[in-house]
Design a protein around this ligand. Structure first.
Ligand code: GLC
Ligand code: MG
Length: 373
């Protein structure tokens, strides 16, 4: 019809054109194009060969181009046909996807070995995690460690069942201090490490970080404002620099509910979003409102498709509380701190009469996590 109606040509003489969607639309309708040589159209005409690039400030050049296309029927037909085919080849959804995948493939091939092996860690670990029947997530200090004989017994039990049961360790310690304690007790790297009170998640021997979790936590996290609001409170003492993390601000504080209220008051005045966790009668952790050991466990359950009912969590102190509550199978060691006493009698929280790792073994039996022969 366009041809019968005496052709037609589409002109885009923009001073700068980042891409040129209108050019693609015109070309898809069979109109030859005349386009600014500034920006995206160079690519479009380069790919489709369906028109002429012009200097947008030169009206003579534009006029000459229009005339050439409209007067010369052959040129019009050639540009029109090439436009229709070229847009389909280069700018349709399917070609766009093909192109994108090709670029990703090349980028992956070119990534340094370290990054590529990150991918393979994720692939093999992902495979393992999604095929597990059960997952045990235990706190480290005063839960997993504290009694060497119990610990060895537990590790042997887990090694014998390692195809079915995964192990995650969840701790207030930062990654380095976690590695130190694992070394000290000769504990092999577990499947999952949840460090810094649930604010960092790592996988496997290589301790590949879960970036998705970091991204999730960053929502409404304003650490500078929080620190600033709390500088006036002289009963707070900042913990050592290595314990201060991207998503964790930690203080020492006396065990006194009134002082905790004052911390809340200071932070609430500015509508700051945060999570306060007090533990061992002396540690105060301030985290993003989406973070905690328990939330990290829920995230893992969702991400790897492990139902909460198949996850056993074990702990001894206040920073374990929210991972013990809910639908997981909770185990509290006999040597727990008093912050957890009020959880007694709750559904799904088993207060073992055993201490440390022996309580974890007790929990494994109680919840039927291993098939006893
Ligand atoms: C660990 C951390 C400390 C944190 C405490 C309680 O001791 O090193 O920063 O406050 O756990 O979560
Ligand atoms: Mg502990």
């Amino acid at each position: 019809r366009l041809c019968a109606a005496g052709h037609g040509v589409f002109v885009n003489p923009a001073l700068v054109e980042p891409f040129g969607l209108t050019l693609i639309e015109a070309a898809a309708c069979g109109l030859p194009i005349i386009a600014t040589c500034e920006g995206g159209p160079t690519d479009i005409i380069g790919n489709c060969e369906n028109g002429i690039l012009v200097d947008p400030t030169d009206h003579r050049e534009i006029a000459t181009a229009i005339k050439k296309i409209l007067v010369d029927r052959e040129t019009w037909k050639r540009f029109s046909g090439k436009g229709i085919n070229g847009v389909r080849r280069h700018y349709s959804w399917s070609s766009h996807c093909d192109q994108t995948l090709k670029i990703i493939d090349t980028a992956l091939e070119e990534t340094p070995a370290a990054k590529a092996s990150d991918m393979s860690v994720f692939r093999s670990l992902g495979h393992r995690l999604t095929s597990l029947k059960k997952l045990i997530i235990s706190d480290i200090d005063n839960t997993l460690v504290g009694n060497d004989q119990g610990l060895r017994e537990l590790l042997d039990l887990l090694a014998a069942n390692q195809a079915r049961i995964g192990l995650g360790l969840s701790t207030g310690r930062c990654l380095q201090l976690t590695i130190d304690v694992l070394k000290e007790h000769a504990i092999d790297p577990p499947d999952i490490l949840i460090c810094s009170v649930g604010t960092e998640i790592y996988y496997g021997k290589k301790r590949t970080m879960d970036r998705g979790w970091q991204q999730h936590l960053s929502h409404k996290w304003r650490p500078e404002q929080i620190r600033e609001k709390l500088t006036g409170l002289d009963f707070l003492e900042l913990q050592e620099p290595e314990t201060q993390r991207q998503f964790k601000i930690s203080y020492y504080m006396e065990d006194d509910p009134d002082l905790l209220t004052r911390v809340h008051q200071a932070l609430r005045s500015d509508r700051l979003r945060y999570q306060l966790i007090f533990s061992h009668g002396q540690f105060l952790d301030i985290l993003p409102y989406r973070a905690s050991k328990g939330r990290a466990v829920r995230y893992l359950s969702y991400k790897w498709g492990i139902p909460l009912q198949d996850i056993m969590v074990c702990g001894d102190s206040g920073n374990d509380e929210d991972m013990l509550r809910g639908d997981t199978c909770g185990v509290v060691v006999a040597n727990h701190s008093r912050e957890l006493s009020h959880l007694k009698g709750r559904r799904n929280i088993f207060f073992s009469k055993k201490e440390y790792a022996e309580a974890i073994i007790d929990g494994i039996r109680k919840y039927g996590f291993i098939e006893e022969e």
